[in-house]
Write a protein that binds this ligand. Structure first.
Ligand code: ATP
Ligand code: MG
Length: 408
């Protein structure tokens, strides 16, 4: 049976250990939560030093809690009932709560926290008296177990009321997005980079997406897929900027002028240079990608070294040490997997040579690039960028009816 809750009490995650950064973490979490629930007009968010309180003002708690579960920096949260500051009001509310949530014999315990020490009863007394009242009321349903109760009724005495809750729901963990700085994510349409993006955001990084596309070799759908993946990820951070970079001229030129063994390395060096240039322009401190050590030829240490040589900006790889099965598990959990496996070729697949070098050399890569107008190619790609702001739940694939027909 559903209970009409008055507020959701949010407990902070790791940030409570962060000393002097605490205040900015709490402010950021407050604004991220506000953002996540902004379309519930009556909901009010109050970030406090120990907890964050969300006043529902009549809004159903479930849809609000669904939004909360995607906000990083939250350890857990409890929907709570608010009553006036008297024992009798607390007792009545606790009885009503038990009637709604308990339908077979259970053990229970009352856990009181007195945030306002002016209140006449202390927490021990509240535990005892309220526990006694519930035993009297439900002699056949409840027994006390203070160590491993089936049901824990939490009572919090605050200046503005007494709050009761009996449910604690696990939050998303991590750190509030934005508290770890800004990064530029290289997002393909594959399985790995969306997972890497999720993990970076979970550690508090504010990301923008950069995606390289190569029409006519890659289809509209490949681009739409990358955008739709971004919409899935936007759930964790609010809106995300998606930067699409035309990559056709670079790929055609590289294919024509560079020996096959180095096609991939040189292409990747261009991608990284472009991502770095965009990071500089947009004041981002690192580039993120979805590389996992040893997964494919371009993801050996030698290859990473040969590619990364083009920049001194940190290139961070959140899934570096994950097995493919572990990455897939996360992709399923965050609901990007089904999109990622749609068979639209991205720009790398089309131009990948059958046998790229697994141990490319930096000097060779440089030497082959001397035959190319690197600056001109970069400039034209940068001149062609388009930036879209993508919101949670935006759809790009379904807008095009042929997309799924084509797959059948
Ligand atoms: P993914 O599943 O993320 O595509 P992958 O295992 O297929 O990864 P690669 O295709 O070798 O690996 O790409 C390695 C990384 O390079 C990707 O994770 C991504 O960060 C970046 N990348 C590859 N293609 C693109 C692209 N078209 N646009 C932006 N970034 C890309
Ligand atoms: Mg890929």
């Amino acid at each position: 049976m559903t209970v009409n809750y008055d507020e959701v009490m949010v407990r902070y995650g790791e940030l409570s250990t962060k000393g002097h950064n605490r205040k900015s973490f709490i402010d950021r979490l407050g604004s991220n939560v506000r953002h996540a629930v902004h379309n519930f007009a009556d909901v009010k968010v109050h970030p406090g030093p120990d907890r964050l309180h969300i006043t529902l003002n009549g809004t159903p708690s479930q849809p609000v809690m669904d939004r909360l579960s995607a906000v990083f920096g939250i350890q857990n949260f409890s929907p709570s009932i608010k009553v006036e500051r008297t024992f009798d009001a607390t007792k009545e509310a606790a009885i009503a709560l038990v009637k709604k949530v308990v339908n077979h014999p259970q053990t229970f315990k009352i856990q009181t926290r007195r945030a306002d020490h002016d209140f006449s009863m202390d927490s021990m007394q509240m535990n005892r008296d309220l526990g006694g009242a519930l035993l009297d009321e439900f002699p056949d349903l409840l027994t006390v177990d203070v160590h491993h109760p089936d049901l824990e009724i939490r009572v919090e005495i605050r200046k503005n009321g007494i709050f009761l809750s009996c449910e604690t729901i696990k939050g998303a963990g991590g750190l509030p997005v934005g508290t770890a700085g800004k990064g530029m994510m290289m997002l393909s349409g594959g399985i790995d980079s969306p997972v890497a993006a999720y993990l970076a955001m979970k550690r508090g990084v504010d990301l923008e997406m950069v995606h390289f596309y190569s029409p006519p070799y890659t289809s509209e759908q490949a681009l739409a897929k990358a955008k739709e993946l971004t919409a899935k990820l936007a759930k964790y951070s609010g809106r995300i900027k998606f930067i699409q970079v035309p990559f056709t001229e670079i790929q055609e030129t590289v294919k024509e002028k560079v020996p096959e063994g180095y096609l991939m390395t040189v292409q990747r060096r261009f991608m990284l240079r472009l991502a770095v240039e965009l990071a500089h322009r947009r004041r981002r401190l690192a580039v993120f990608n979805g590389e996992s050590l040893g997964q494919v030829a371009s993801q050996t240490m030698e290859s990473m070294r040969a590619i990364e040589e083009v920049t001194n900006l940190p290139v961070l790889r959140p899934v570096l040490s994950y097995d493919k099965t572990e990455i897939i598990k996360i992709a399923e959990d965050i609901d990007t997997y089904d999109l990622s496996i749609l068979p639209y070729e991205d720009c790398c697949t089309v131009f990948t040579p059958p046998r790229p070098k697994t141990k490319p050399r930096v000097d060779k890569a440089r030497q082959y690039e001397q035959a190319l107008d690197v600056d001109g190619l970069m400039q034209r790609a940068l001149d062609g960028i388009q930036i879209t702001t993508i919101h949670p739940g935006d759809e790009f694939l379904n807008a095009n009816e042929d997309v799924f027909a084509e797959l059948l």
